[in-house]
Design a binder for this molecule. Structure first.
Ligand code: GAR
Length: 210
C-alpha cells in the first residue's frame, strides 16, 4: 500500500479528509506520518487522534532555511513515504532538500494555477474580477506553486463574495480534489515524468476539473 506522509502548518482539514477517506475504506493508502513546522498545529492533534505518528520541527532553532529543510526531510525520510502531501504546509522548501523528492511531493493550492501563486489567493481572484475561482493539486518543484498541475476544482464567484465566503465554499471541494489526486497516485494512474504529468502513461498538459 502507498505510504503517505502529510505535512501541515495549521488547521488540517485537508489532512482530516484523507484520514476520513482511509477510515471509510474509500482510499487505500497508509498515512505513515504527519509532520509540521508548527508544534501547535491543529493538524498534529488530528493525526494523534487517528493514531498516526507525528513530528514537529520548529524552524526557530535553525540558522537558515537550507539547514532546517535538510533536517526536516531527513526526519521525514525515516518513515519511508512514497508520497508526501503538502496540505496547508505554509513553507517554501529549499531546492537542495527538495531535489531528491521531486515527483513524490504534491501540494494543494487554493487557486486555479497558474493564476495566483503565493498568498491571499481568494482576495486576488476577487480583486481581478474573475468569474471563477478554484483550487489545484500539483507536483512540487523548485518554482513556488509552479509545478505541473494534476487536477483542479472550480466554482463560480457570486456577487457579494468575500475572501472568507470563497474560502468556505472552496474548502469541501479542496477535500474532494485532494482525495481524488491521492487515489489516482495510489492506483498508479498519475505520475510525474520529466516535467509533465502522465495519466495512464500518456503526457497530459491540460489538467482535468474534478
Ligand atoms: C487550504 O485552503 C489549502 O489550499 C491552503 O491552506 C489551506 C489549509 O487548510 N494552502 C495554501 O495556501 C498553500 N499555499 P487546512 O489546514 O484546513 O487543510
Amino acid at each position: 500500500m502507498l505510504r503517505v506522509a502529510v505535512l501541515v502548518s495549521g488547521r488540517g482539514s485537508n489532512l482530516q479528509a484523507l484520514i476520513d477517506a482511509v477510515a471509510a475504506k474509500e482510499l487505500a493508502v497508509d498515512i505513515v506520518v504527519v509532520g509540521s513546522n508548527k508544534v501547535a498545529a491543529e493538524g498534529l492533534r488530528r493525526a494523534e487522534a487517528a493514531g498516526i505518528a507525528t513530528f514537529a520541527l520548529d524552524p526557530a532553532g535553525y540558522a537558515d532555511r537550507a539547514g532546517y529543510d535538510r533536517e526536516f526531510f531527513e526526519r521525514l525520510g525515516e518513515y519511508a513515504p512514497d508520497l508526501v502531501v503538502l496540505a496547508g504546509f505554509m513553507r517554501v522548501i529549499d531546492p537542495a532538500a527538495l531535489a531528491p523528492w521531486i515527483g513524490r511531493v504534491i501540494n494543494i493550492h487554493p487557486s486555479l494555477l497558474p493564476k495566483y501563486a503565493g498568498l491571499k489567493t481568494h482576495a486576488r481572484a476577487l480583486a481581478a474580477g474573475d468569474a471563477r475561482h478554484g483550487a489545484s493539486v500539483h507536483y512540487v518543484t523548485a518554482e513556488l506553486d509552479g509545478g505541473p498541475v494534476i487536477a483542479q476544482v472550480d466554482l463560480a464567484i457570486e456577487p457579494g463574495d468575500t475572501p472568507d465566503s470563497l474560502a468556505t465554499r472552496l474548502l469541501p471541494l479542496e477535500h474532494r480534489l485532494l482525495r481524488q489526486c491521492v487515489a489516482w497516485i495510489a492506483d498508479g494512474k498519475v505520475a510525474l515524468a520529466g516535467e509533465r504529468v502522465h495519466v495512464d502513461g500518456v503526457a497530459r498538459d491540460v489538467p482535468p476539473l474534478v
